[in-house]
Write a protein that binds this ligand. Structure first.
Ligand code: NAD
Length: 417
């Protein structure tokens, strides 16, 4: 992987810029540039045809100064240790910026889950926990679902972990579980809901009315679909354009979100929604809407198209949708962008609430979960916004400054540096 594309080197460079601006002590800065611990595991799994296949996986505990590590487990054929390290670093900043008492971690297994049966996936998931379980615990490191891992996989992993611990119930060891085995209400839509809370606050700060505001959404999966539904329901916005891998659609009069989601679930694509016209994914990003939700892929807003972005607010539900070059251009052009690790923190905040409920063995209503989420996201937005204004910088740099400062303070108070 070329150094410029190496996600871990990108994560280190982002930290370096914030550390310089914060005037961080050299040893403290060096400590924050690296994972505290990482475990590499080798997993023999009996396949359905009788063969044993050997898989490789990782668990990275980036920093736990503020609390147990938190972060998902990915199953992907192209997984690398540097991707997992980078994602673990970003989780550290995400838990810190949303001010939940957790650190950052991430895990991954190199595998192709699309080519595996449910039985093979279960045996792989249990094998992973048998190796990594010695580092997990609700007081140590708490995984969650991520790319190609599901609530069912979380249930198998929790079950295996509990077997390893004498059958004692430990539901807080993992989040994103199905509701009957300790999952939390409100988690399914938490990422988009958190993003909508932040858009509401950003719009108020910028003097933009959300009632009737126009919205474009790139990516119509979990994050994008709930963003459409909730932007309409909670904020009174009108969804003008959406897209997925099959292309985009637009209707300048607006499209009802529920009908759009139904069309996507029925047909597998947004294309062909009644009353809409086709639009390319590139053109969708350049629409003069009030709110843009990049909710698909990384690196879609770059130095090349940044000068053409006309949205007033861009709320990054996707991870890494915008390059550093584009940050500067959008900031100069007055496009108010909300960085991924703040904009999509609703998912990890809901995971934290799931842990809290598991540890207290008392389960909240959906209303309570949503209300608590709103409180956390609103506070996080204002802390970062105040920093951006005080430092005369954009929201990504401000979010880094707030997050890194919090982790640095915990490291120093513990006497590590
Ligand atoms: P998903 O797989 O459910 O949906 C992804 C969507 O993007 C699909 O509709 C797909 O068709 C579309 N897509 C893929 N390539 C595209 C392209 N080139 N152009 C337009 N659309 C394209 O995934 P998700 O869970 O919705 O996650 C989307 C993004 O949000 C990812 O970056 C993910 O890391 C981030 N995210 C999601 C959550 C969550 O809770 N779901 C939490 C944090 C961050």
């Amino acid at each position: 992987m070329a150094p410029a594309d190496n996600p871990f080197q990108i994560a280190q460079r982002q930290l370096d810029a914030a550390a310089e601006r914060l005037g961080l002590d050299a040893a403290l800065h060096e400590l924050l540039r690296w994972p505290l611990r990482e475990l590499h595991v080798t997993l023999p799994v009996k396949m359905d045809d009788g063969r044993t296949q050997v898989f490789h996986g990782f668990r990275v505990q980036y920093n736990d100064a503020r609390g147990p590590c938190k972060g998902g487990i990915r199953y992907h054929p192209d997984e690398t240790i540097d991707t997992v390290r980078a994602l673990a670093a970003w989780m550290t900043w995400k838990t810190a910026v949303s001010d939940i008492p957790l650190g950052g971690g991430k895990g991954g297994v190199i595998c192709n889950p699309k080519a595996m049966s449910q039985g093979e996936l279960e045996r792989l998931s249990r094998a992973y926990v048998r190796q990594v379980g010695r580092l997990l615990g609700d007081d140590m490191d708490v995984p969650a679902p991520d790319v190609y891992t599901t609530p069912q996989i979380m249930a198998w992993m929790m079950d295996e972990y509990e077997f390893m611990h004498g059958g004692r119930h430990r539901p807080g060891v993992i989040t994103g579980k199905p509701i009957p085995v300790g999952g939390s209400l409100g988690r399914a839509d938490a990422t988009a809901r958190g993003g909508c809370c932040i858009v509401r606050e950003a719009a108020a700060a910028l003097g933009i009315q959300t009632e009737g505001a126009t919205v474009a959404i790139q990516g119509f999966g979990n994050a994008g679909q709930y963003a459409a539904l909730l932007a309409e329901q909670l904020l009174g916005c009108s969804v003008l354009a959406v897209s997925d891998t099959s292309g985009g659609i637009i209707n300048r009069e607006g499209m009802p979100a529920e009908a759009l989601v139904k069309h996507k679930l029925d047909t597998g694509a947004v294309a062909g929604f009644p009353g809409s016209e086709p639009i390319s994914n590139e053109a969708l990003l350049e629409l003069p809407v009030d709110v843009l939700f990049p909710a698909a892929l990384e690196n879609v807003i770059t130095g090349g198209n940044a000068p053409k972005i006309k949205a007033r607010i861009s709320c990054e539900l996707a991870n890494g949708p915008q390059t550093p070059e584009a940050d500067e251009i959008l900031h100069r052009n007055g496009v108010f962008f909300i960085p991924d690790f703040l904009a999509n923190a609703g998912g990890v905040v809901a995971s934290y609430f799931e842990m809290v409920q598991n540890l207290s063995s008392y389960y909240w209503s959906a209303d309570r979960a949503n209300e608590e989420l709103d409180g956390k996201m609103t506070r996080a937005f204002h802390e970062v916004y105040e920093c951006a204004r005080a430092e005369d910088t954009h929201m990504r740099m401000a979010a880094y400054m707030v997050a890194v400062q919090r982790v640095a303070e915990a490291v120093q108070l513990r006497g590590w540096v």
